[in-house]
Write a protein that binds this ligand. Structure first.
Ligand SMILES: Nc1ncnc2c1ncn2[C@@H]1O[C@H](COP(=O)(O)OP(=O)(O)OP(=O)(O)O)[C@@H](O)[C@H]1O
Length: 674
């Protein structure tokens, strides 16, 4: 019933892409006896990679095949017919009948058959009762990660417990504000392992902790008169790298280091690196390819690689990282496990951190922590069934940035919770509390915006956007006279960039009137009408904010970098230039014609906002239900706010539903890493 002719209709109904259909068509040509019954499944494994899925859990696919296909609007007859046929078919199948059909074909190999998997486009993994079907490319990437982590987990470090105990004692106060001191525990665990993860929400001290960890490791080297370690710091995007650059430098300047065994703090600080690079740059991309110069044959030489914002790393990039470093390079991942997963396939940090909230430390780990870190892990976090991986994952649990218990923090925690309780009444309470706390300028606001085709923005939303973007546009208007020195333009541009992060509207969707495209247009028109923008004619009008959408090494700009279109004096004339931060406290002016891939960013997708923070963040949630509206998306949006957060929504039920929907991505990482 699923012949190629019928499956072609799936492309017409936008359930899959043409490329997914073409793959299956090619396989059917190569192997005519390939059972028709498995064709839809193979096609949706291919399609679901575009939804971020590394593999498909076969039982889940049989239960809800639609979650692995294109958006089902339920409107056009063709989609309804195709969905009904698929559901009827899936309901008749058992997992074992599907498994048999798959394994009978030449396009699927079991991961137990190490020779066959080298040649088939699909790989089947059956472990612990789960059956996962992968495109081979992703399975291989996962295997590289599994090997990289497992091999590090089995390796003992050269830092002795006595050294760790002594240095931790010097770096952390005996009595901490919060007990246990999770930062100290994280530092101790990471110091004694070749692979570790430090996870935590915004402001929980991930950067502070990693700096103390580096101080400990470098201090240990100096103490034994050994050469300092070669440490590399990286982040997945240019924006995240620039932010970490700033926060590392600021944190290091503030960090009060003790004298460690005769080593002066200044001496120690000198060998703690502050330069953060992007992961791409670290591994050195080969021109016009997805390959890196650093690979198994030519690994990067480093003792330690620290990667921040690790939630944004997709499965293939993570595999490239493990492939591109020496086997004994220590890897430390930092990130917020609850943030949105990468846009590309994979949910690596989230997967590795399953169990982080519960701790799952064994009694053996707890005893070690007591002995070496002098901290008692509470009984609730102890579980003797915890895996080896659980033992090296450390979650920081107190936010030092938001006042503990502050309303933004409370809101983020509420969204993050997995609970049976309705969240909406609790959410309303938090918003009401914020008004009570600061009636004139509450930290939280909730605005209603109906979102039908051609609906106007409400006055409140218009006022919010004009006031929000007006902050930096007023600075744009303070353009120096043509005769002013170039430095005056640098100062002006820097001020514009600084004010630009005072407000940002985030949207969930890219397309449509209420997505990125529609909202950018609306905001341009609104700012024009309000006089904040003088013109929106031409591409490079004065004040246009743009985001780089692809890494561009020729101009040293990375995906996610944000710049503003301004004017700069060249040979006695003001010329269009786009200003960007140089990541070191200065600015760079770039010719617009050199920017290959940019888009206007009055509205920014929540995905692209990862790694950024704004004084005031507003988030527009659609009034139509959609599988992309998840608690991770809302959490990520809220936690971009430093002081104020405004939620703009159009439907209470969609909001409640979104706060309870989790990103579901299957993976075999936890099946392979014990
Ligand atoms: N143990 C602590 N006691 C007091 N202040 C702390 C402590 N740890 C961190 N802080 C402060 O809290 C703020 C946030 O810390 P830090 O930048 O290390 O967090 P983070 O988790 O890296 O944040 P993010 O990733 O959200 O930028 C900093 O100002 C830092 O000095």
């Amino acid at each position: 019933m699923f012949d190629m002719e019928t499956l072609k209709q799936w492309v017409d109904a936008k359930l899959v892409r043409y490329v997914d259909y073409a793959l299956v068509k090619w396989m059917k040509n190569e192997e005519p006896e390939l059972a028709d019954s498995v064709l839809p499944l193979l096609m949706s494994v291919s399609y679901s990679a575009s939804l971020g899925q590394v593999c498909v859990d076969l039982q889940q696919w049989l239960n809800t095949p639609e979650s692995y296909l294109g958006a089902f609007e339920g409107e056009d007859e063709l989609s309804v017919e195709l969905f009904n046929a698929l559901h009827a078919w899936a309901a008749d199948q058992t997992l074992s009948s599907v498994l048999n059909a798959l394994l009978d074909s030449k396009v699927v190999a079991s991961d137990f058959d190490s020779l066959a998997v080298q040649a088939t486009p699909f790989v089947l993994v059956q472990r612990n009762g789960a059956a996962l079907l992968y495109l081979r490319r992703y399975w291989q990437a996962e295997q590289t990660i599994v090997a990289g982590i497992s091999q590090r987990l089995s390796r003992a470090t050269s830092v002795s417990e006595d050294d760790i105990r002594e240095l931790l004692g010097a770096l952390f106060q005996e009595e901490s504000e919060h007990t246990p001191d999770w930062q100290k525990i994280a530092c101790g665990i990471a110091a004694s392992n070749h692979f570790s993860i430090i996870t935590g929400g915004p402001g929980t001290g991930k950067t502070t902790t990693v700096l103390k960890l580096l101080a400990l490791l470098q201090g240990q080297r100096l103490k034994h008169q050994l050469p300092p370690l070669a440490i590399r710091l990286a982040a997945p995007t240019g924006k995240a790298a620039a932010r970490l650059n700033e926060s590392i430098a600021a944190n290091l300047a503030r960090l009060e280091l003790p004298e460690l065994g005769g080593i002066q703090p200044a001496e120690l600080k000198q060998i703690i690196p502050t330069q953060v690079t992007t992961l791409h740059r670290l591994l050195r991309p080969k021109p016009n390819s997805r390959q890196f110069a650093h690979n198994k044959a030519n690994p990067l030489v480093a003792d330690i690689v620290v990667v921040d914002e690790a939630s944004m790393i997709d499965i293939e990039m993570m595999a490239s990282l493990f492939d591109g470093i020496e086997p004994d390079t220590r890897v430390i991942l930092l990130g917020d496990k609850d943030q949105l997963a990468s846009v590309e396939a994979g949910y690596v940090l989230g997967d590795l951190c399953r169990g982080a909230a519960e701790g799952k430390y064994t009694s053996h780990t707890a005893a070690w922590v007591q002995d070496v870190c002098h901290q008692a892990i509470p009984q609730t976090y102890i579980d003797d069934k915890g895996s080896t991986l659980n033992q090296v994952v450390c979650m920081l649990r107190h936010s030092y940035r938001f006042v503990e218990g502050g309303v933004i923090h409370q809101l983020a925690s509420l969204v993050n919770q997995e609970t049976e309780q309705e969240k909406l009444p609790l959410l309303k309470k938090i918003f009401a509390q914020s008004v009570l706390e600061a009636p004139n300028a509450p930290a939280l606001r909730h605005l209603y915006q109906e979102q039908l085709p051609h609906t106007e923005l409400t006055k409140e939303v218009r006022d919010l956007l004009v006031a929000g973007y007006g902050e930096y546009l007023d600075r744009v208007a303070e353009i120096p006279p043509l005769a002013a020195k170039e430095e005056a333009f640098d100062v002006w541009g820097k001020r514009v960039l600084e004010w630009h992060v005072s407000f940002q509207l985030l949207v969930a969707m890219r397309r449509g009137e209420w997505g990125l495209e529609g909202m950018n247009h609306r905001i341009e028109q609104l700012l024009l009408a309000s006089g904040k923008l003088q013109s929106v004619a031409g591409l490079w009008y004065l004040g246009r904010p743009v985001m780089v959408t692809q890494n561009d090494y020729s101009v040293d700009l990375m995906n996610g970098d944000v710049g503003i279109s301004l004017l700069y004096p060249v040979n006695g004339e003001l010329k269009q230039r786009v200003i960007f931060s140089d990541g070191k406290g200065g600015v760079r002016w770039v010719l617009p014609s050199r920017l290959q891939s940019v888009e206007t960013v009055f509205a920014m997708t929540v995905h692209k906002s990862q790694g950024s923070e704004f004084t005031h963040t507003a988030m527009l949630l659609p009034s139509q239900s959609s599988p992309i509206l998840t608690k991770e998306l809302i959490y990520t949006g809220i936690t971009r706010s430093k002081k104020h957060f405004t939620l703009i929504s159009g439907s209470q039920s969609v909001l409640e539903e979104a706060m309870n929907r989790k990103v579901e991505r299957s993976s075999g990482l936890s099946l392979y890493i014990g």
